[in-house]
Each structure stands twice: as C-alpha cells, then as structure tokens.
Design a protein. Structure first.
Length: 164
C-alpha cells in the first residue's frame, strides 16, 4: 500500500466542490485524512478566493491510475480540460507525493508546487511535519518554518467534513 498526498483546491462554489471531492476520494482510497482548510487569494489571475487543503491516503493503484482517477473526479465536478493554467477551478486535484517516488512521468514527483506555494506547503507540513520529501534534506515542517510567508497570504478557515 502506497501513501499518497493530494492537494485539493477550488474557487468556484469552493465549499461544495471540496466536500464532494473529498467524498469521491474517500470512496477510492483508504484511510483518508485531511489537513486544515486554508483560504487564499487567487494566484496568477483575478478571481474569487480559493479554498485549499491536503489529504493523505493509502492506495494500491500505481501512479498513472491515481492521476487518471484524479482527472475523472475533476471532470465529474465540471473541470474543463485544456483551460488556462491560471483560471478559476471547480476542483483541482494534484498528486504531491507517492511514497518515496521521484519521477518525471506520468507526473513530476515530488510535485514542485510543494516548495513554492504556501497553500500547498502549509497544509502538507501540518499533516506530515516530520516527513522528508524524496530528494530533500529537510522535513516538511522545517521547509514551512523557513518559507517566506510574505509571498502569499492565506489563513485557516472553519471546515468540518464528516470523515475528518
């Protein structure tokens, strides 16, 4: 069983899409645990604020199947393939880590956003502060402590999900 970390984000009916996305993930994967939920301003475009969190789960699926499952869940929630990178999202699911795997295909792991986006690093560090990502010398907790928190404003928001 592989341990995976998943980034979830939405800025279109965000609360609804995040909850339904979590429900879909819980049906597909074992032992789903979520971080706190954070609100942040849109990055790279003008738009409504995002809700973001990270989930940890276990799976027997290989990486390619995990990525395909995420795309199917996104599509079921109205995600348009081929849309601009910096644009509003109903649901965005990204595989951040898959055990100790480092790869470029079918997706780059560890996902580079871990180190550049507060809305990924903070919830990931909350879930796994002592985890050292493959290829890194520091724990996620240490990476978050060293992160320049002036780069992006985000704040925790109240969120209760039935399975959390």
């Amino acid at each position: 069983m592989a341990t995976i970390y998943i980034s979830l984000g939405s800025n279109i009916e965000a609360d609804t899409h995040i909850r339904r996305g979590l429900d879909d993930l819980a049906r597909q994967y074992h032992n789903l645990i979520i971080s706190s939920v954070f609100e942040s301003e849109a990055v790279g475009f003008e738009g409504d604020n995002f809700l973001n969190l990270v989930a940890r789960a276990e799976t027997d699926q290989p990486i390619g199947e995990v990525v395909a499952t995420f795309k199917a869940i996104e599509q079921a929630h109205g995600r348009q393939r081929g849309a601009k990178k910096f644009a509003p999202r109903t649901l965005d699911l990204d595989l951040l880590l898959y055990d100790e795997v480092q790869c470029q295909s079918p997706v780059e792991l560890p996902r580079p956003e871990i180190y550049h986006n507060a809305f990924v690093l903070w919830p990931l560090a909350e879930l796994a502060p002592d985890l050292v990502p493959p290829g890194q010398p520091h724990t996620l907790g240490a990476l978050w402590q060293a992160y320049d928190k002036t780069q992006q404003q985000l704040w925790p928001v109240p969120f209760a999900w039935p399975r959390s």
